[in-house]
Design a protein around this ligand. Structure first.
Ligand code: ADP
Ligand code: ASP
Ligand code: MG
Length: 412
């Protein structure tokens, strides 16, 4: 008998019919002599709807109350899915995060899981029940309800798998695995059979929202065999995320990630002296704003320098206000703002051993007349910031330039 943890995302539970279809799928797997723990998201659109409602009541709602509100979405789906299972004679029980004691820190809206108590889950499994657990939520040591950040149900599922030492963690979503690019942007994107934890970490951190980054961190740390699959098709093949050494077939580039949530801020002609970058960037991070890319470069005057960085678009207005203040302190000649930029990244462990990838990437963008505004690289990725109007064109031309639609074809 295997113990399987599954997660069903919002689109998989978007209607009564879908919930019933998921229940049928679960029953079949259980009847195949498996134990099942199922973590679910809210119905698709529900979390966004709740955020909108809150913003109509208060222009800056309390983070604690937001968590109380947003966790209701998952409370609906755990109960409905359990009822759908009862209806087809499959014994099941639902639990919220606090009920099973998914203990997190107290950072509302982006809490991290510290521990999960397993006795309730084990007891219900021993009673031959499917255990349905609300994703995305937990409770801090003071009893406050917390949420794990957008897409957090993935992390709930992986953390449950690690705690219960599950044989596999299956993330069911609306695409059949991890693709060489977001299939909604690049129709020629190909499903990958396997991806390493490391590549998936980069893809997630660079914007591929198919898996929340923390779920991949967890999976990598606790060696959870993680599979992404479609809940919409009969026999999904999916993608296995595993250790690099388990992957026989090596590829140069595994995928293209993009992030639409970028905003760029630049200070022109600030003093080229020790402490300038510190003054500017610490003011931003003191306001709890995460900085993504940073470039400091020469200006037309040796005593002056230019500094540009990107933040999440949600933080754009705050960052702007801070820069207006700091800009005066560092005597910036000009401050420029642009929240119509996106980040496009090439990811692949093969980059470690190959040169010339960057120039191939830049050539492809040049061919399409796409201007690169910022560049950042690491061992296994190259990212560029470009105007948002070129997003689709950039993703597709890079996909084409690196022949990503060919590489995987013989793997199917
Ligand atoms: P769920 O509601 O099931 O959690 P998400 O919307 O969070 O689903 O994640 C699935 C979506 O991730 C897909 O519909 C797809 O548009 C997007 N996505 C982005 N990059 C990729 C990629 N490389 N491979 C597959 N899907 C991707
Ligand atoms: N419902 C939450 C969200 O929309 C969590 C999740 O879907 O994983 O972000
Ligand atoms: Mg998701």
């Amino acid at each position: 008998m295997s113990l399987i943890v599954q997660k069903y995302g919002g689109t998989s539970l978007a209607s009564i019919e879908r919930i019933k279809a998921v229940a049928e799928k679960i029953k079949k797997i259980k009847d195949d002599n498996n134990q099942l723990v199922v973590s679910v998201s809210a119905m698709s659109g529900e979390t966004n709807r709740l955020i909108k409602v809150a913003n109509q009541i208060h222009n800056n709602p309390s983070v604690r109350e937001m968590d109380v509100l947003l966790t209701t979405g998952e409370q609906i789906t755990i109960s409905l899915l359990s009822m759908a299972l009862h209806q087809i004679n499959c014994d099941a029980i639902s639990y919220t995060g606090p009920q099973v004691q998914i203990i997190t820190d107290s950072k509302h809206g982006k809490a991290r899981i510290k521990t999960i108590q397993d006795h309730k889950i084990r007891k219900s499994l021993a009673e031959n029940k499917v255990v349905v657990i609300a994703g995305f939520q937990g409770v801090d040591i003071n009893g406050n309800i917390t949420t794990l950040g957008r897409g957090g149900s993935d992390t709930t599922a992986v953390a449950l798998s690690a705690t219960l030492k599950a044989d596999e963690c299956q993330i069911y979503t609306d695409v059949d695995g991890v693709y060489t690019a977001d299939p909604r942007i690049e129709p020629n994107a190909k499903r990958m059979n396997v991806v390493s934890y490391e590549e998936m970490l980069e893809m997630s951190s660079l914007g591929s929202k198919v898996l929340q980054i923390r779920s991949v961190e967890f999976a990598s740390k606790y060696k959870v065999p993680l599979r992404v699959l479609s809940s919409m098709i009969e026999k999904p093949k999916g993608t296995l995320i595993t250790d690099e050494e388990n992957i026989m077939e090596k590829v140069l580039i595994s995928g293209i990630a993009h992030n639409k949530d970028e905003a760029k801020l630049s200070l022109i002609n600030v003093a080229n002296e020790p402490g300038t970058a510190y003054k500017i960037l610490s003011a931003i991070s003191d306001a709890n704003i995460e900085i993504d890319m940073i470039i400091q470069g020469a200006s037309d005057n040796e005593e002056m320098t230019n500094l540009a960085f990107t933040v999440n678009r949600n933080d754009f207005d705050n960052a702007k206000e801070i820069l207006k203040r700091i800009g005066n302190e560092v005597n910036a000649k000009d401050i420029r703002y642009d929240n119509k930029v996106v980040k496009v990244s090439l990811v692949g462990v093969g980059m470690r051993s190959h040169t010339g990838i960057a120039s191939r990437m830049f050539k492809a963008l040049h061919k399409e007349n796409i201007n690169i505004q910022m560049i950042s690289t690491s061992e296994i990725k190259i990212s560029v910031i470009i105007d948002e109007k070129y997003l689709e064109l950039a993703v597709r031309s890079l996909h084409d330039a690196f022949k990503l639609d060919m590489i995987r074809e013989d793997n199917f």
